[in-house]
Ligand binder design. Structure first.
Ligand code: CMP
Length: 137
């Protein structure tokens, strides 16, 4: 069993597709082990994406991620990290395979609806960034 952190970003919440995104994870056999809606401050978003701090898109990404509510969740299952990334599709929706969340709903590489941890190492930073052990069931 593996755990990963996923976020339905402000564009996903605004497009009213929270249920659709969760359904796509659940129907592939993944389980939601924790979930909440929050609004990040700019500092919260900067801390979450700290690995990208030298990238040219860091300022605009962290501004976007703190502009409205997001749904954060812990997703559990066999190979959950890889499975979630397959269901989401490539970061840039132009490259995302048909039938993936980003191909179906994302408008561009920044406004790409959903986030998923890219490795075990990322998941072990990202999950406790939002959830205490007691909140994960
Ligand atoms: P995410 O999976 O949340 O991880 C980092 C995010 O940075 C990524 O999704 C995109 O939203 C964003 N991102 C990655 N590359 C670029 C880019 N070239 N331009 C703008 N945003 C980017």
């Amino acid at each position: 069993m593996e755990r990963t952190l996923s976020i339905i970003k402000p564009d996903g919440v605004k497009k009213n597709i929270i249920g659709e995104v969760i359904k796509r994870f659940e129907e592939k056999g993944l389980r939601i082990a924790a979930l909440k809606m929050i609004k990040m401050s700019r500092e919260d978003a900067k801390g979450f994406y700290i690995v990208h701090k030298e990238r040219p898109f860091y300022e605009s990404l962290t501004s976007f991620m703190s502009e409205g509510p997001v749904v954060v969740m812990v997703i559990e299952g066999e190979s959950a990290i890889t499975k979630v990334r397959e269901i989401m599709g490539a970061t840039n929706p132009k490259d995302a395979a048909p039938g993936t969340i980003r191909a179906d709903f994302a408008s561009d590489i920044e406004h790409n609806i959903v986030h998923g941890s890219d490795s075990k190492e990322s998941a072990s930073y990202e999950i406790p960034y939002f959830f205490s052990a007691l909140e994960i069931k």
